[in-house]
Write a protein that binds this ligand. Structure first.
Ligand code: HEC
Length: 111
């Protein structure tokens, strides 16, 4: 099954080209996170600096990206995150989502 999925993904990439599937770069996300997000969520999203700040490590990248898009648009209403999301480009969101998604979460042991 896994092999089928990998093959399907490879086919999808070769058909659509990598740019259509442009996903975040976790390494540049790490650098961006260290500058801004770490102050509340911790550098890896695992060490929130207070009980009001969610753990975002290990969350699905799509979920994180969606949250950031919705904060920016106001669809998800939070005055704190709106301010930070407003400064992020689409690529920033992809990179940050890739970074935090790649970090093992302390909430669940799935790795
Ligand atoms: C000043 C503190 C602060 C900073 C800095 C901050 N956040 Fe947040 N973040 C919060 C708070 C508070 C929430 C919870 C908001 C809510 O209830 O929707 C949150 C929520 C989130 C969520 C949604 C989590 C979930 O489970 O739905 C994501 C994703 C997120 N932040 C990403 C980031 C990213 C990426 C950055 C850096 C660009 C960042 N945050 C910077 C305070 C902060």
């Amino acid at each position: 099954m896994k092999a089928i999925l990998i093959t399907a993904a490879a086919v999808a990439i070769s058909v659509t080209g990598p740019s259509a599937l442009a996903k975040g770069n976790a390494e540049s996300g790490k650098a961006k996170a260290a500058q801004v997000c770490a102050a509340c969520h911790g550098p890896d999203g695992n060490k929130p600096t207070g009980p009001d700040f969610p753990v975002i490590a290990g969350q699905h990248a799509d979920y994180l990206k969606r949250a950031l898009v919705d904060y920016k648009s106001g669809k998800r209403n939070n005055p704190i995150m709106k301010g930070f999301a407003a400064t992020l480009s689409n690529q920033d969101m992809e990179d940050l989502s890739a970074w935090f998604a790649s970090q093992p979460s302390k909430l669940v042991s799935r790795r």
